[in-house]
Design a protein around this ligand. Sequence first.
Ligand SMILES: C[S@@+](CC[C@H](N)C(=O)[O-])C[C@H]1O[C@@H](n2cnc3c(N)ncnc32)[C@H](O)[C@@H]1O
Length: 144
Amino acid sequence: MPTSDAINEREAMLREKIKKFLRCDAFKKYPLGTNNDSAVQYDIVNTHFVAESITDNPDDWKLAFANICSYVKPGGKLVMAAMKHSNAWKNGEQKFPATYITEHDLVERLIENGFRYEDIIMETFPADQEDYKEVIFCCGIKNL
Ligand SMILES: C[S@@+](CC[C@H](N)C(=O)[O-])C[C@H]1O[C@@H](n2cnc3c(N)ncnc32)[C@H](O)[C@@H]1O
């Protein structure tokens, strides 16, 4: 269990390193908006519990996932975590719908969005949550 000191230290480090916040809508073709250069792509894109937690519609999940992946540069990395086998998640007492996904769904989407099968690293860990019992951690490298 992390100590309060360790948490405060991490917070201070992040506040120091994070230089910019942008609003984002993963359902839009350019999630960061059209004011940004639509061709901008990043070496590393981190997305944790986003695409599957903002819709329970598999087609919308695919769309959001593809839009997020479009921000990864060729040769860049997508680092992500997702709830496995979940139809919902809770924040406090509030419950939100989720898309039910598996490791197989994620691999399919990654390949569809230009990631190399051989470079996908995926591990599933237990999660002690009311609505899901496992989380999938995954890293993929986009084709050049
Ligand atoms: C389950 S939370 C995960 C938050 C954080 N990434 C984490 O791991 O703790 C889902 C997040 O998706 C964000 N979200 C909701 N609708 C979104 C959308 N259309 N596009 C992008 N993010 C959205 C919410 O604001 C929320 O922060």
